[in-house]
Design a protein around this ligand. Structure first.
Ligand code: 15L
Length: 267
C-alpha cells in the first residue's frame, strides 16, 4: 500500500474517477487542482496550485510515494496554454520528484494524440512505432514521455506513460469504438502500475479490449494488466444514433480524428 498518493487534475473527468476509486491503494490521497475540489474526505489532503508554479508543485510532490498525473491541458489549445500546463507543469512535477525525500512511482496520463496522425489502418506498437502528434497538445505529451524516460535513465524514477484513448462512459463517436477505455479498465491499469514489483519506464496505450483496435500492448504484458471491457456493445446504438463519418473525413482516416485538421489554436 502507498503512503501518500498525489492525484493531479483531481477535479477533471479522469481525476475525479481516481479520487472516488483509488482510496484503497494509499493511506492518504493528496488531491491537486487549481480549484473546485470541495471538502477533503477523512483520508484526503487538498492542495490548490497551478502546475506552472514551480515552488508550489515541488512542495506538493514532497513526501508522495505515488503520483497519478492527470493534470494539465487535456485537449488541443494555444501554445501558451499547452506550454504552461504540459511543458512547464511536467518539468516542475519531475523536479519535485527528483528532489523529494521519497522517490515516487508515476502514472503519467499521456495521450494517443502522440500518434494521432497514423492512419486508422495502421497497427501501432508503443515500444516501436514512431510518434506522429496531431497538434500542440500531442507534441506536449511526446515531450512528457521523453522527460519521464530521461528522469528514469538519470535518476531511476519509474513512470508508466499511458497514452489514454477515449475514456468516457460510452464511446461518443465511431472513431472512439477503437480508442475507448472504460473507467473500470483505467482503474485496474493504475492498480497494476502501482502493484507490479518492477515497473521501469514503459509507454503503453490505455485502451479497453475493443474488437476494432489500432494498438498492440504486448510489449507491456509483464504488467499483468487485462482490460475487461469492449466497446462492441455500444456499436448498434451508435449506428442508430449517428451516421459514420465519410471516408474523406479526418475522423475516418486518422487515429487522432478531428485533432488532425490543419489549425493551430491562438489565444
Ligand atoms: C484526448 O486526449 C482528450 O483528452 C479526450 O477529451 C478525447 O478527445 C480523446 O483524446 C479522444 O481523442 O478520443
Amino acid at each position: 500500500m502507498l503512503q501518500k498518493l498525489l492525484i493531479t487534475g483531481a477535479n477533471g473527468n479522469l481525476g475525479s474517477i481516481c479520487r472516488q476509486r483509488l482510496g484503497h491503494i494509499a493511506k492518504i490521497l493528496r488531491l491537486n487542482a487549481r480549484r473546485g475540489l470541495g471538502e477533503a474526505g477523512p483520508n484526503e489532503e487538498i492542495v490548490y496550485c497551478d502546475l506552472s508554479d514551480k515552488a508550489a508543485v515541488e512542495a506538493m510532490v514532497e513526501g508522495c510515494d505515488g503520483i497519478v498525473h492527470m493534470g494539465g491541458q487535456a485537449v488541443e489549445g494555444s501554445w501558451e496554454t499547452v506550454k504552461a500546463a504540459n511543458i512547464d507543469g511536467m518539468f516542475n512535477l519531475y523536479e519535485g520528484a527528483r528532489k523529494s525525500s521519497v522517490q515516487p512511482r508515476i502514472f503519467f496520463a499521456s495521450s494517443h494524440h502522440t500518434t494521432g496522425f497514423h492512419a486508422q489502418t495502421t497497427r501501432l506498437d508503443p515500444s516501436k512505432s514512431p510518434t506522429r502528434p496531431d497538434g500542440l497538445y500531442g507534441v506536449s505529451k511526446v515531450f512528457g514521455e521523453a522527460l519521464a524516460q530521461m528522469y528514469f535513465d538519470k535518476f531511476g524514477i519509474e513512470t508508466a506513460s499511458v497514452r489514454i484513448g477515449s475514456c468516457f462512459p460510452e464511446p461518443p463517436s465511431h472513431r472512439m469504438l477503437s480508442s475507448w477505455l472504460s473507467a473500470d479498465d483505467l482503474i485496474s491499469l493504475i492498480e497494476r502500475v502501482f502493484r507490479v514489483p518492477r515497473l521501469g519506464c514503459p509507454v503503453l496505450y490505455g485502451v479497453s479490449d475493443n474488437q476494432s483496435t489500432w494498438w498492440d500492448n504486448s510489449s507491456v504484458a509483464y504488467l499483468g494488466w487485462r482490460p475487461k471491457h469492449s466497446s462492441e456493445r455500444f456499436r448498434a446504438k451508435l449506428d442508430a444514433e449517428q451516421t459514420p463519418p465519410h471516408r474523406d473525413d479526418p475522423d475516418a482516416i486518422y487515429q487522432g480524428g478531428l485533432f488532425c485538421t490543419d489549425t493551430i489554436h491562438e489565444d
